[in-house]
Design a protein around this ligand. Structure first.
Ligand SMILES: [Zn+2]
Ligand SMILES: [Zn+2]
Length: 69
């Protein structure tokens, strides 16, 4: 897998997922309300259903925190 050139390094709204390390837009992902890690949408929500719940005001809890609930 080739990493894309970091053309948009100057954007303040992007950060790196603490699980997979990809750079993502903070609008797409976010911080887990329990472990406080910055995670991409895939690791924070896991599915579009969770994403929808968060959009409707549910606290974003990442996949790993939900597993050991
Ligand atoms: Zn990730
Ligand atoms: Zn978490």
């Amino acid at each position: 897998m080739t990493r894309p050139l970091r053309v948009f390094m100057h954007t303040e709204m992007a950060t790196e997922c603490e699980i997979c390390g990809i750079r993502f837009d903070l609008v797409a992902g976010g911080a887990c309300a329990r472990c406080r890690r910055a995670l991409c949408a895939r690791h924070l929500h896991g599915s579009w259903v969770r994403r929808l719940l968060v959009d409707f005001g549910a606290a974003p809890i990442c996949c790993e925190c939900r597993l050991d609930r």
